[in-house]
Write a protein that binds this ligand. Structure first.
Ligand code: FE2
Ligand code: FE2
Length: 327
């Protein structure tokens, strides 16, 4: 009953996402790809995300190639997480079937858009694969990951989803949009993606709060926090495996030794970049911190921070240098 009242109060916010979603809606071929291909003369991911500038021994072409390997994985990672995000949204829509029809429509649109995004990222993988040297691997199965993630409670899945959809916007605004010389097609993929993700983050927040209101006591919220920590550990496991695969592919294509000091630096930097991209940048997003701070107790927040502590080294060196100058 209480959650129905809360949904009715939030009806204008759901309605706003529908209005914007209709206005920004795009088509994969007509608006994004437009018959174009990837030009490997341009980087894909900017240094602020790839951290390729933390490997000063790379030649300009190696530097660019590292940004392209990571950019390829970046598109694949979104395709991966959108499988469980779409499924969770469909499941949540059930609560609104016979309730607020505006909330139902807003959630159905998110699911529809995530299905389109998965198709976009599959298309991008095919286009990139046609131009890049053989040997790249992305062996993580979207359904295996979805089975693991959807096995955790909805509160934790929504927390992870909100975090992902907020960092996808932050990356575009802070890094991809402003980077000079990026592949025009790569930039457009994430411009159009960002336009629809803005509405998704609002839905995540509304649904996460609605789910939080269902928790009856602190023990239940403690268990939800446990699930969120387990999800972060699971994501980090995927990142460790993919960083190893991508660093190995990069070294092989560049003709660099798979072992030795430089190989170790490449491996460590790719893992650091992935932890920055997929975990730490989102955890530091003020809007995410504000949401989480509103829903958990001080002790629960401390538990989350302790779990994240081994990963917080993963911020760009230049950002660390700037914050040291400010302090
Ligand atoms: Fe998406
Ligand atoms: Fe999304």
């Amino acid at each position: 009953m209480q959650t129905h009242t809360a949904t009715a109060l939030n009806s204008p916010r759901y309605a706003k996402t529908i209005e914007v979603s209709k206005r920004v809606r795009w088509d994969i071929d007509h608006d994004v790809i437009r018959g174009r291909n990837f030009d490997l003369a341009h980087p894909f991911l900017p240094d602020g995300l790839s951290l390729a500038d933390e490997l000063p021994f790379l030649s300009p072409s190696e530097h660019r190639f590292l940004s392209q390997v990571q950019g390829r994985t970046y598109a694949n990672m979104f395709g991966l997480v959108e499988r469980f995000i779409g499924a969770k949204m469909l499941e949540l829509s059930r609560d609104h079937w016979l309730g607020d029809q505006t909330a139902l429509e807003a959630i159905v649109r998110v699911t529809d858009e995530e299905l389109k995004h998965q198709e976009l990222f599959r298309r991008i993988e095919l286009l990139v694969a046609a131009h890049m040297p053989a040997g790249y691997r992305f062996d993580v199965s979207p359904n295996d990951v979805a089975a693991f993630v959807l096995g955790k409670c909805t509160w934790a899945v929504l927390a992870l989803t909100c975090h992902i959809e907020l960092f996808s916007q932050a990356h575009y605004r802070a890094s991809i949009d402003t980077a000079p010389d990026l592949s025009p097609l790569f930039k457009d993929v994430f411009l159009f993606h960002w336009r629809e993700e803005s509405q998704h983050a609002v839905i995540d927040e509304l649904e996460w709060e609605r789910e939080d209101a269902k928790l009856e006591n602190d023990a239940q919220r403690d268990a939800a926090v446990d699930d969120l920590i387990a999800l972060v550990v699971g994501v980090d496991g995927i990142l460790q495996a993919q960083a190893k695969a991508d660093a190995g592919y990069f070294l092989q294509v560049c003709g660099m030794a798979q072992e030795g000091a430089r190989a170790e630096q490449v491996n460590a930097t790719v893992l650091k970049a992935y932890r920055w991209q997929y975990i730490v940048s989102g955890a530091l997003e003020p809007r995410f911190q504000q949401m989480l701070g509103k829903l958990v107790s001080g002790t629960q927040m401390e538990r989350i921070q302790t779990a994240l502590a081994p990963l917080t080294y993963a911020v760009p060196a230049r950002a660390q240098a700037m914050s040291a100058m400010v302090q």
